[in-house]
Write a protein that binds this ligand. Structure first.
Ligand code: GLN
Length: 498
């Protein structure tokens, strides 16, 4: 029997009925990883022996009739920005190369409590800064659809691990698009939850007012399954929302997803008409309009006044927060510590020299760029002009969303300007790289949930995505509409030849 490593829902029923054991699943994960990782390199760390031990323990407990968690035996990969006690947490940075967290992130603890098989940690842009995973200190990850292309980023490894069918589920983080953009590039489904819906405890901070943890998987049903185990109030995260978690599995059930009658969807005109949107990506959005309309939704145009300020606003606020969050990596508290050269120690004093050289050697170029941008934007005399101004514009961007959600239930638009781009194409052009985020950062600035759905393939067989966005805590609505979309399409069923 071929083991369906591309569907957690299917694995769940095969495991529950006893047709498959957790060890069968774990072995198949290891075989698949052995076959694909030399090309894709989605993982920074895989404790392969312990995977079999985890699986044996689950099978033993099942035989003994002990209670098992709902994800028992389901393989899950975790982006290397989430703290794990039994695996390194590097954020794909030299700075944390040898870091072991003394605690698990809440989402990791929740996965363990559900008896998921933790397959390993996935590659990412250093400290989640980037859109191609090329900023990793530990090497490239390749797109499973085309090995010359990037998988996107920063959760590139998480998306590629799913697209290579090594794991059915992975956990990513999204500060400006880092779940949705790699999901689109890798032809899988990824959801950024409402700010505060999923705990950030143990998520290494990039930009704390924007960061959210969320699921990636081939389809919406698997996203719903994983999200139901990630979401919830966490007293250890001061921005966690103490609101009831909706029944995400009910939202994707046949009873809820017969059609979309009565649903109003706004098409973001400024994005669909954007001159930087490639024709096939635009066509994918227009095709989605047809699918959603046929399912009974009413699609109307909506206008966002501030879209041209999304990227500038994000690239002030995110670096400001990053420069503050990353000040903790000083060579003294934790992380990499340089041995300062005698000359530098003499000139600046040993402490300053240690700080400077640890940060100089521990951080990569993009992280340094963000620290400089953020420090500058927060510095005396400039903070009002940049940071304070960006916060004001952020308010206006939220106002645009509020106005739109006064008229429609969901928003539809593109995820990325085009399909996955070749490795190396944008590494020397940070501005081009930043513009990859122009359709995604709005949801982070406004704190709302958004999902990226596979929506077609271009002439090179590279995946294309569409994005649905919802008002705060509208995850169930996104999952429901996404399921109706996937019931009517087969883009999420296509698999790369690997
Ligand atoms: N590409 C964006 C950036 O570089 C978003 C990254 C993210 O969401 N973590 O900041």
């Amino acid at each position: 029997m071929t083991i369906p490593l591309d569907s957690a829902v299917t694995l769940q029923s095969l495991l529950a009925s006893g047709e498959l054991s957790a060890v069968d699943v774990a072995r198949s994960v290891l075989e698949r990883a052995a076959a694909t990782e030399s090309t894709v390199a989605a993982f920074t760390y895989r404790p392969d022996e312990r995977l079999l031990e985890q699986a044996e323990a689950i099978d033993r407990r099942r035989r003994e009739g002990q209670p098992l968690g709902p994800l028992a035996g389901i393989p899950v990969a975790v982006k290397d920005v989430l703290c794990t006690t039994d695996m390194p947490t590097t954020c794909s940075s030299r700075m944390l190369e040898n870091f072991r967290s003394p605690y698990d992130a809440t989402v990791v603890a929740q996965l363990r409590a559900a008896d998921a098989l933790l397959v390993g940690k996935t590659n990412m842009d250093e400290f989640a800064m980037g859109a191609s995973t090329e900023n990793s200190a530990f090497g490239l990850t390749r797109n499973p659809w085309a090995s010359t292309c990037t998988p996107g980023g920063s959760s590139g490894g998480a998306a590629a691990a799913v697209a290579a069918s090594v794991v059915p589920l992975s956990v990513g983080s999204d500060t400006g698009g880092s779940i949705r953009q790699p999901a689109a590039f890798c032809g899988v489904t990824g959801l950024k939850p409402t700010y505060g819906r999923v705990s950030r405890y143990g998520l290494v901070a990039f930009a704390s007012s924007l960061d959210q943890v969320g699921p990636l998987a081939w389809d919406v049903a698997d996203n719903a399954l994983l999200l139901s185990h990630l979401a919830g109030f966490d007293p250890r995260d001061s921005t966690s929302l103490d609101a009831p978690v909706e029944d995400y599995l009910a939202a994707v059930s046949p009873a809820a997803t017969a059609d979309l009658k009565g649903l109003r969807i706004g098409l973001i005109r400024e994005h669909v008409d954007h001159q930087r949107l490639a024709a096939p990506a635009r066509q994918a959005v227009l095709d989605a309009v047809g699918v959603l309309t046929a399912a009974g939704a009413e699609v109307v145009d909506v206008h966002f006044d501030q879209t041209k300020y999304w990227v500038p606003t994000y690239y002030i606020i995110a670096p400001c927060e990053a420069s503050s969050n990353l000040s903790r990596y000083d060579g003294a508290h934790y992380g990499f510590r340089a041995q300062p050269a005698a000359e530098a120690a003499q000139q600046h004093g040993p402490l300053t020299a240690t700080y400077c050289q640890s940060r100089d050697q521990g951080f990569g170029a993009e992280v340094k760029r963000r620290i400089m941008l953020g420090t500058y934007s927060l510095s005396e005399g400039y903070a009002d002009r940049y940071y304070a101004k960006a916060l004001q514009v952020r308010r206006l961007i939220r106002d645009d969303y509020d106005a739109a959600f006064g008229k429609v239930d969901l928003l539809l638009g593109p995820v990325t300007p085009g399909p996955a781009f070749p490795l190396g194409e944008k590494v020397d052009d940070p501005l081009e790289m930043y513009l990859c985020d122009q359709f995604t950062v709005g949801a982070n600035l406004a704190g709302i949930p958004a999902i990226s759905l596979p929506a077609g393939h271009d002439e090179n067989n590279l995946p294309l995505g569409v994005q649905l966005q919802a008002p705060p805590l509208g995850e169930a609505a996104l999952l429901r509409a996404g399921t109706v979309f996937q019931n009517a399409t087969d883009h999420h069923r296509r698999r790369p030849q690997l």
